[in-house]
Design a protein around this ligand. Structure first.
Ligand code: NAD
Ligand code: ZN
Ligand code: ZN
Length: 344
């Protein structure tokens, strides 16, 4: 089968031919119907050798959907031919976090050698993929896999960040979304669907700001040193009650710090490595900072329900498997609007 693999550190991903994988005991094989490209893949492929902690070659893709194609020994609960999405942050399934469905916060996964598909295990950018447990499948029902696949990360991650900020997101409050890319354009829609807040979107790209307005941002502005003043003006000096930073570089966490209101919450979602000093006289009274990671299994089901009712919709650019390397280059160049989705 064909797969898109990261083969050599620093090199571009390649379309290669590999053996079709067989599901081991407890595992499920999917015939992939769609796979999304995330900026985190970019991050992984930018790591120098001494910081790269994944196997090579590795099939990319941690947003996956497929048709159940073969069952390993002992698998029950799904049927061949069923359309499913993959819950990506695989945990141990047994610890306290996993027992609550919060496998994204499993403390034991790494120690047990359990890694998400495309981020340690072979991922979804292939004709077939192996899922380690039925627990990591969510039935898609009538949802179109191409339109739904990125809900597993670009939808789920902002959803989790927003749900854990609800105390600050009262009707009439203001939320700032920094970075209106794959995650950000979903964050805007989720804020619209779940709250009555005013949404200000910041980006460095005019096309992304246009998309932000299209999907529901009330105000948009260029992301830069003037942004905090713009946000303070719009909020009568108070600042934003919540800031969702989908970039997370030093420049954007600084915008977040200067824009946050008293008792507000900053969610640094982007993994740009920016450091935000938290303490008295560096943040307003009551402000908190959080670094959320992905989301829980039940939250993913809730995101699918929102998509089912038409409240959220991923803006998808489609690519074939052969075009995946080119799609990654466009993601790198910042010219993907919404999410790039590969349809094998
Ligand atoms: P993306 O490339 O689709 O979008 C990034 C957006 O940020 C683009 O619109 C770009 O124009 C904009 N941008 C770049 N620099 C900016 C700046 N200085 N100010 C404002 N906007 C700027 O990326 P994505 O897939 O949406 O991922 C966003 C970030 O979230 C990445 O860092 C990714 O690795 C991370 N991520 C984190 C998690 C998590 O669990 N915490 C999950 C998925 C992705
Ligand atoms: Zn991701
Ligand atoms: Zn666990």
């Amino acid at each position: 089968m064909r797969a898109v693999q990261y083969v050599k550190i620093g090199a571009h991903p390649e379309v290669v031919t590999v053996e079709k994988p067989e599901p081991g005991p407890g595992q499920v094989r999917l015939r992939v119907t769609a796979a999304g490209l995330c900026h985190s893949d970019e991050f992984v492929m930018s790591l120098p050798e001494d910081r790269y902690g994944y196997p090579l070659p590795m099939t990319l893709g941690h947003e996956g959907a497929g048709i159940v194609d073969a069952l390993g020994a002992g698998v029950t609960g799904v049927t061949i031919g069923e359309s499913v999405a993959v819950y990506g942050p695989w945990g141990c399934g047994l610890c306290h976090a996993c027992a609550q469905g919060k496998e994204n916060y499993c403390n034991r996964a790494a120690e047990l050698g359990i890694f998400p598909p495309g981020l340690g295990a072979h991922g979804a950018l292939a004709e077939y993929m192996i899922v380690d447990d039925v627990r990591h499948l969510v039935p898609l029902g009538d949802l179109d896999p191409v339109e739904a696949v990125s809900l597993t990360d670009a939808g789920l991650t902002p959803y989790h960040a927003i749900r854990s900020s609800m105390a600050a997101l009262r009707p009439g409050a203001t939320a700032v979304v920094i970075g209106a890319g794959g995650l950000g354009h979903m964050g805007i829609q989720l804020l619209r669907a779940l709250t009555g807040v005013t949404i200000i979107a910041l980006d460095i790209d005019q096309d992304k700001l246009r998309l932000a307005t299209e999907v529901g941002a009330h105000h948009v502005a260029p992301s830069g040193p003037d942004a905090p003043q713009f946000i303070r003006q719009l909020t009568g000096g108070d600042g934003a009650d919540a800031v969702f930073d989908f970039v997370g570089i030093q420049a954007t966490v600084e915008i977040a710090r200067q824009s946050i209101a008293r008792d507000g919450i900053i969610q640094i979602v982007g993994i740009g490595g920016g450091i935000l000093p938290a303490g008295f006289f560096s943040l307003p009274f009551g402000a908190s900072v959080r670094t959320p990671y992905w989301g829980s299994r039940s939250e993913l089901m809730e995101v699918f329900e929102l998509a089912r009712t038409g409240k959220i919709k991923v803006h998808v650019e489609r690519f074939s498997l052969e075009q995946a390397p080119e799609a990654y280059e466009r993601l790198h160049a910042g010219s993907i609007l919404g999410r790039a989705v590969v349809v094998p």
